[in-house]
Design a protein around this ligand. Structure first.
Ligand SMILES: *Cc1c(COP(=O)(O)O)cnc(C)c1O
Length: 397
């Protein structure tokens, strides 16, 4: 390809309007479902909450699903539900959204960051093994970008020990590993219904599990630590309730549940669309020097919340920041997911020091997330490919 003038240098951009990295799709059916709730008796905890939970449990093949007000609330409920407290350690990957590790702190526990594998950015079982101590209560893996962590390897590490294997599956709803749906691979798995995720409810989250005791503890935790909700009290004709522990108001409303339930119906279709866009990118980038997409582990069906590329910086005259700025100028809404969590000033103030996660810290400098969402057209995907080619060609050594 010839070198075209980059938009960042005043040339014409590949697109006239910005293509975001992710965006929700809300249909007329979604709007109609929400409107019905707005005209009904219940705005919060009514029939839609349970319907959404039943549909979600069925969609992933888990016995129980508990919906809450965000993915972060789901992680908090999960840490509280397994009894994390001061002195307890939970192993999490160094590259994830901060909420994964923050949930451990909410409960007074200690996040222990494990390094990631360079080709996938999934938690690396080898570094997990060396992070396990007598204080380890759980491994909270992240299904980064939409593919599952190696849960078999993580389970092997916990054999004979009282350590839970848990999934922050906020990127991976609709994915699978070895033919088993995401949501059934760990002792419990969390999801987010933020608009950029696979099911948009505005805000919202869920925990799915086959463990009936965990299910009950999540239900109590999301409702102030009170053991019955108002619907159950009303049906028994009683006013009395007991608050048996300190919980939160992490309930999801019927308004949000109706939107989530309606969106969930398109999950399969939307994941297939994300996979189709990803394979267009894979094909185009196979022959383009200077970049490599993250690889998929054998047996994984990737739900592609993100499409992450690694830049081969040795072949380029600029760093990742230069490529980022040039693509933004071409109106391609690239992003970076994520800086290592222990680098954040809050974590540094807790005593975490850069340098402990050599793979995560090196690969972080090379990664970019390209736009991927079901409502993207094939032309949008072609624009991304054209812009990546244009920018890398201009900056090639
Ligand atoms: C989105 C996300 C969360 C948090 O979800 P919210 O609904 O925004 O609170 C947690 N972990 C990961 C990996 C996420 O991507």
């Amino acid at each position: 390809m010839t070198r075209l003038p980059l938009a960042v240098n005043g040339g014409p951009p590949v697109r006239d309007s910005l293509l975001p990295y992710g965006r929700q799709q809300v249909t007329d059916d979604d709007v109609a479902e929400v409107e019905k709730v707005l005209r009904s008796d219940f705005l919060t905890t009514g029939p839609k909450v349970g319907e959404f939970e039943d549909a979600l449990a069925k969609a992933v093949g888990a016995n129980h699903a508990v919906v809450v007000s965000s993915g972060t609330a789901a992680l908090h409920a999960l840490m509280a539900g397994i009894g994390i407290g001061p002195g307890d350690e939970v192993i999490v990957p160094a590259i994830t959204f901060a909420a994964t590790a923050n949930a451990v702190l909410y409960c007074g526990g200690t996040p222990v960051f494990a390094d990631v594998s360079p080709d996938t950015l999934l938690i690396d079982p080898v570094t997990v093994a060396s992070a396990v101590t007598d204080g380890t209560k759980a491994i909270l893996a992240v299904d980064f970008a939409g593919q599952s962590a190696d849960y078999e390897a993580l389970r092997d590490l916990t054999r004979g020990k009282d350590i839970r294997v848990l999934a922050d599956a906020c990127h991976a709803l609709g994915g699978a590993r070895m033919g088993h749906a995401v949501g059934t691979l760990a002792d419990a798995s969390t999801f987010s219904f933020h608009p950029v995720k696979h099911v948009a409810a505005g805000e919202g989250g869920a925990i799915v599990t086959n463990d009936p005791d965990l299910d009950q503890s999540f239900r109590t935790f999301r409702n102030h630590g009170i053991t019955t909700n108002h619907l159950q009290r009303a049906s028994k004709g009683t006013w009395s309730y007991d608050m048996s522990e300190l919980g939160f108001n992490y309930r999801l409303s019927d308004i949000h549940s109706a939107l989530g339930l309606s969106q969930l119906k398109r999950l399969g279709e939307n994941v297939r669309r994300r996979q189709a866009i990803a394979s267009r990118y894979d094909n185009a980038f196979e022959t383009l020097p200077g970049i490599a997409p993250l690889q998929n582990l054998e047996g994984n069906s990737n739900a592609y919340h993100l499409y992450v590329i690694r830049l081969d910086l040795n072949t380029l005259t600029v760093d990742r920041g230069g490529v980022f700025a040039a693509l933004r100028s071409e109106n391609i809404g690239v992003n970076v997911h994520y800086a290592p969590v222990p680098w954040h000033s809050y974590y540094r103030n807790l005593g975490y020091e850069p340098g402990g996660w050599p793979v995560a810290e090196r690969i972080y400098e090379e990664i970019l997330s390209l736009p991927i969402f079901p409502a993207m057209s094939d032309e949008d995907a072609s624009d991304v490919i054209t812009a990546v080619d244009k920018v890398l060609t201009a900056y090639r050594r």
